[in-house]
Design a protein around this ligand. Structure first.
Ligand SMILES: O=C[C@H](O)COP(=O)(O)O
Length: 340
């Protein structure tokens, strides 16, 4: 049974009060000048309605086996993160080993002996999608992955572009990304300069993200952190999402985890709606990464349900959906241990 398949309202086309003009709806005209941003207006009533719907997800429908399968699925979607001033090679080593093999032998045996068919196939190979650290700690992650012969299994992600504030000279931020790309990272989570959104300097925002994209040379995956909790309005979140997509981001990400407000469901709805609206414009499909404050099974399932409703089930894979979190994995493992 598909536990994320409750009947739901279709949030399609109802979020913007004014649709994009079909004539100007192509990448060239949307990035030549930014007067279209003046017309973006979110339907707050609809946004509240959808928020209520996703927040009220009925967890009672998930039985024991479904819960185990979802817990394992969530683990595979995690960018296991440590972004602290006191991170050391030792801290990163422990985290990376956990990313490669999150389940203890004891838990594996327990799951095998109690599993239904949904769980049985996957638990022995389960690992997180990526490990995400500061640039100075990237070498520690790569060393452990190489030693454990897991370089192809778990991706190496790092933050850049003046993380977390973005308040550095563009030259410094670009140089930082360039240096990171030379370290053989797989993924770079860049931050935007929030002042460009708050001051509505949209052309400059587009230009900065485009330049950052150029430094994230192929095949590096670029996730653009919008820091939604600091963007003040849903309209700003929608426009910043749209510009980040047009500038070539592979993912748009809610937060650094350092803002006061992080990955909220209403912000997620707005970001998903922007991805959905633009889904035929970039040559690739753009994913979404909630990050910051996600620490429970329930937090994750609400997000997955929302992504599935707005973007479709094909987005619930690690190519298009990640969960950035530092404390989530331990909680999920505790839940798995408690499942019958
Ligand atoms: O990108 C991931 C975030 O920094 C993680 O935030 P968190 O520590 O609140 O889980």
């Amino acid at each position: 049974m598909d536990f994320l398949c409750q009947p739901h309202p279709q949030p399609t086309g109802g979020l913007l009060l004014h649709a994009f003009e079909p004539r100007s709806f192509n990448k060239e005209s949307l990035t030549k000048e930014f007067s279209w941003t003046d017309k973006i207006q979110i339907n707050k009533k609809q946004l509240d309605k959808y928020t209520q719907h996703f927040m009220n997800f009925d967890f009672k429908q998930i039985n024991n086996n479904g819960r185990k399968a979802l817990l394992l699925q969530i683990i595979e979607l995690i960018d296991l993160t440590t972004l602290s001033g006191d991170d050391t090679a030792r801290v990163v080593k422990v985290l990376t080993l956990k990313a490669i093999q999150p389940l203890s032998k004891w838990l594996e045996v327990k799951l095998q002996s109690t599993a239904g068919s949904q769980v049985k196939d996957i638990e022995s190979s389960v690992h997180t999608a990526a490990v995400c650290v500061y640039p100075a700690r990237v070498k520690d992650v790569i060393e452990v992955l190489n030693t454990e012969n897991a370089r192809d299994k778990v991706k190496v992600a790092s933050v850049a572009g003046g993380f977390p504030s973005g308040q550095y000279l563009l030259e410094t931020r670009l140089h930082e990304i360039e240096l990171l790309a030379k370290q053989q990272v797989d993924e770079v989570d860049i931050v935007i300069q929030r002042s460009l959104v708050l001051d509505k300097k949209w052309a400059e925002l587009y230009s900065e993200i485009t330049q950052m994209r150029e430094k994230c040379t192929s095949p590096i995956v670029m996730k653009t952190i919008l820091s939604v909790g600091e963007l003040k309005t849903s309209e700003n979140i929608y426009i910043a999402s749209t510009i980040a997509i047009l500038a070539g981001s592979d993912f748009i990400k809610t937060s650094t985890g350092k803002e006061k407000v992080n990955a909220t469901i209403p912000a997620g709805i707005v970001m998903c709606d922007a991805i959905r609206t633009l889904r035929n414009l970039p040559s690739k499909k753009v994913g979404i990464k909630p990050a910051g404050g996600l620490s429970t099974f329930e937090d994750c399932v609400r997000w997955m349900y929302m992504v599935k409703c707005i973007l479709g089930p094909e987005y619930l894979t690690k190519d298009y959906f990640r969960i950035g979190a530092s404390g989530l994995l331990d909680n999920l493992l505790r839940e798995l241990e408690q499942c019958e």
